[in-house]
Design a binder for this molecule. Structure first.
Ligand SMILES: CSCCC(=O)C(=O)COP(=O)(O)O
Ligand SMILES: [Mg+2]
Length: 225
C-alpha cells in the first residue's frame, strides 16, 4: 500500500449516521422548503436554484418545482439544485442553534490526528459544498472546518462515476494511489477504486455485503494508513 497523502470523506453513513440525515436534516428541510422558497424567491442564489430545478424536473412554475423537490426528497434523490436549496435551509438552522451535527465519536479525534500528521482532508458528498461547510462548522465537537482543505459536491460529478474521482484528484493535485476514500456506499468505492484511489468501506452498523475489492472498517481509528 502506498502511503496516503490525502483522505477524502463521504458524510452520511461515514462521519454521521444515516438517521441524523433522514430524521433530522431531511425532515428539517422538508418542513421548511415551501415557505423558504416563498420568502427567498427573489434572491439571486435561490432564483438560480429554481431555474436549475425547473430544468432538472421538467416543470414550468414555482408550485410544480416545489412539488417536484418534495418528491425528490421523499425518494432521497441527490438532485443538485435540491441539495443546494437544502444547504441554504440548513444554514438557518445551524446559525440559530437548532441544528448541531452529531459526528460518530471516533471522527473528530481521527480528523485531528490525521491533520496533525500532515494529511490533507477533503469532503466529497452529495450535500452541497455550502451544506458541508455548515455540517462541519457546527458539530458537537466544535468547528472542524480548519482541519479541512477543501470540499466537493455533485457539481464535480455524481459519486458513482469514475470521472468524478479523476477530477477531484486533478483538482487537489495528488497522485490517485495516494488518496484514500472513505464511504459507506459500495458503488462510490468501486468508482474511486477504478480511478486508482485506495478505499475503505465504512460499515458503521457492522453490516455489509461481500468484501469485494475494499478494505472494511467500523471506526476511523481502526484504519491503518
Ligand atoms: C448528513 S446528510 C447531508 C449531506 C447530504 O445532503 C447528503 O445527501 C449526504 O450524501 P453523502 O454523499 O454524504 O452520503
Ligand atoms: Mg454516504
Amino acid at each position: 500500500m502506498m502511503p496516503v497523502e490525502a483522505i477524502v470523506l463521504d458524510i452520511e453513513g461515514t462521519t454521521t449516521s444515516v438517521a441524523f440525515a433522514t430524521e433530522v436534516l431531511y425532515s428539517y428541510a422538508r418542513e421548511r422548503l415551501p415557505n423558504y422558497v416563498r420568502q427567498h424567491r427573489n434572491e439571486p442564489e435561490v432564483a438560480e436554484i429554481m431555474d436549475e430545478a425547473r430544468e432538472a424536473g421538467d416543470v414550468w412554475n414555482d408550485e410544480a418545482v416545489v412539488v417536484r423537490m418534495c418528491h425528490w426528497m421523499e425518494r432521497d434523490q441527490k438532485v443538485t439544485p435540491l441539495k443546494a436549496l437544502q444547504g441554504l435551509i440548513w444554514e438557518e438552522g445551524y446559525r440559530n442553534g437548532e441544528l448541531v451535527t452529531p459526528l460518530y465519536p471516533d471522527v473528530a479525534p481521527a480528523l485531528r490526528t490525521w491533520h496533525a500528521r500532515g494529511l490533507r482532508l477533503y469532503i466529497y458528498s452529495s450535500g452541497s459544498v455550502h451544506a458541508q461547510r455548515q455540517i462541519y462548522g457546527h458539530t458537537a465537537a466544535g468547528d472542524l472546518t480548519p482541519l479541512l482543505s477543501g470540499y466537493f459536491d455533485t457539481r464535480t460529478g455524481p459519486k458513482r462515476e469514475v470521472g468524478s474521482y479523476r477530477r477531484i484528484a486533478e483538482a487537489i493535485g495528488v497522485t490517485p494511489r495516494r488518496i484514500l476514500f472513505l464511504s459507506d456506499v459500495r458503488e462510490e468505492l468501486d468508482a474511486a477504486r477504478e480511478a486508482g484511489w485506495q478505499t475503505v468501506w465504512m460499515v458503521r452498523e457492522g453490516l455489509a455485503g461481500p468484501a469485494a475489492a475494499h478494505r472494511r472498517a467500523m471506526r476511523f481509528d481502526r484504519i491503518s494508513l
